[in-house]
Design a protein around this ligand. Structure first.
Ligand SMILES: *Cc1c(COP(=O)(O)O)cnc(C)c1O
Length: 395
């Protein structure tokens, strides 16, 4: 497919990136090969010198991985995508490819916990400092920017409180200060939110979540311009080697074919569960950008096509009550993963955010009564009936 710009999202999701071989296959092939052969010594030399394009070695390029990359780039509206071995490898490769010692990052405080560890414990060792700010506080973002700031980094909606960042406003702020805006688009995917079209420079994915959608593989991706992603990030990736395997790339590229169907279904189910949770007497608050009661619901309607599958809610009581609720369920999976067909239930205060001190938890809004649900694709009535076991246990 060479007319990506003219095809709609769903057509690109199904067809972009597949260059049919002489075998005439309908399904995309997997190329499980570590290296590639050349017709002659001269061709080998020309490929190594970069004088002619073509595959050399699967740490650099692989046709199945390329199909996934071209398909995701077409969906995010980016010039270039590079696939990585995990979502964390995507974030690391972006930082290593673009930053140098002395540079500074301003990051939302409400990002994936391991991202905070990467910035604080590892990038710091190499002279890259990070300042964390409240996701929706524009004044705090601007105040944290220094002459050395190179990246602004965020996720929206945030996990687990579903706070939003105004991507367009932050892109303008970033560019005013000659910084790049990096958006981890894991929670909504390009089916529901396209940060590049709103001015972001780089989109990050943990493909492990909704791009796969069925909880099978670990993978990641970086999408952006030819210069930033095709040269700077890819340069690090092909050297350091956190590349995606062709088997995983095949799973992910098939996942993209059903992405918008699944994201719509996750979103519809989550909205129904969120509205139902709001009616439960022991529920103090439901955090979901699709609810009219959400303080940034207007922004959500403007920058998202729908609201995604992840929500959280706070019950009256603390850890004992929250654990009692979790342990009373029978259908939903007690696991911290998300982006799966199967609904998952987590107690953030003792799992994903368990490392934080009590003060840090309070600052981050992670109360002991908070529970997070990543709503799957089961029947909504069955999910509700199962959560009702949790509410019964609290009576
Ligand atoms: C899971 C996740 C990551 C890390 O991805 P891995 O594939 O587990 O390395 C990064 N960002 C977000 C928002 C995530 O949910």
């Amino acid at each position: 497919m060479t007319e990506n710009d003219n095809y709609g999202f769903d057509t690109r999701a199904v067809r972009a990136g597949h260059r049919r071989t002489a075998e005439g296959e309908q399904g995309e092939p997997i190329f499980p090969t570590s290296s590639f052969v050349f017709a002659s010594a001269a061709e080998a030399a020309a490929r190594f010198a970069g004088d002619i394009p073509g595959n050399i070695y699967s740490r650099f390029t692989n046709p199945t991985v390329r199909t996934f990359e071209e398909r995701l780039a077409a969906l995010e509206g980016g010039e270039r995508c590079v696939a990585t071995s995990s979502g964390m490898a995507a974030i690391l490769s972006t930082c290593m490819g673009i930053l140098k010692s002395g540079d500074h990052i301003v990051s939302s405080r409400s990002v994936f916990g391991t991202t905070v560890v990467l910035f604080n414990n590892y990038l710091k060792k190499f002279g890259v400092d990070t300042t964390f700010v409240a996701l929706s506080d524009m004044a705090a973002w601007e105040a944290a920017i220094r002459p050395q700031t190179r990246l602004l980094f965020l996720e929206t909606p945030s996990n687990p409180l579903s706070e939003l960042a105004d991507i367009q406003a932050l892109a303008q702020l970033a560019h005013k200060h000659h910084c790049l805006l990096v958006v981890d688009n894991c929670f909504l995917t390009p089916a529901l939110q396209q940060p590049l079209a709103m001015g972001a420079d780089i989109v990050i994915h943990s493909a492990t979540k909704y791009l796969d959608g069925q909880g099978r593989c670990i993978g990641g991706a970086v999408v952006g311009t030819e210069q930033l992603v095709g040269k700077d990030v890819f340069g690090f990736l092909r050297t350091a080697g956190p590349t995606m395997s062709p088997f995983n790339a095949w799973v992910f590229l098939k996942g993209l074919e059903t992405l918008s169907l699944r994201m719509r279904a996750h979103s519809d189910n989550a909205l129904r569960i969120a509205l139902w949770l709001e009616q439960q007497s022991v529920v103090r608050q439901v955090n979901f950008s699709g609810l009219p009661s959400h303080p940034q619901h207007d922004l959500a309607c403007r920058q998202q096509k729908h609201f995604g599958g992840v929500l959280s809610f706070e019950i009256a009581g603390g850890k004992a009550e929250a654990w009692k609720f979790v342990d009373a369920t029978r259908l939903v999976s007690i696991t911290a993963n998300l982006g799966d067909t199967k609904t998952t239930l987590t107690h953030p205060a003792t799992t994903t955010h368990g490392r934080l001190s009590p003060e840090e938890k309070q600052a981050a809004g992670i109360s002991d009564g908070l529970l997070r649900i990543a709503v799957g694709l089961e029947d909504v009535a069955d999910i509700q009936n199962d959560l009702a076991h949790g509410f019964e246990a609290l009576r």
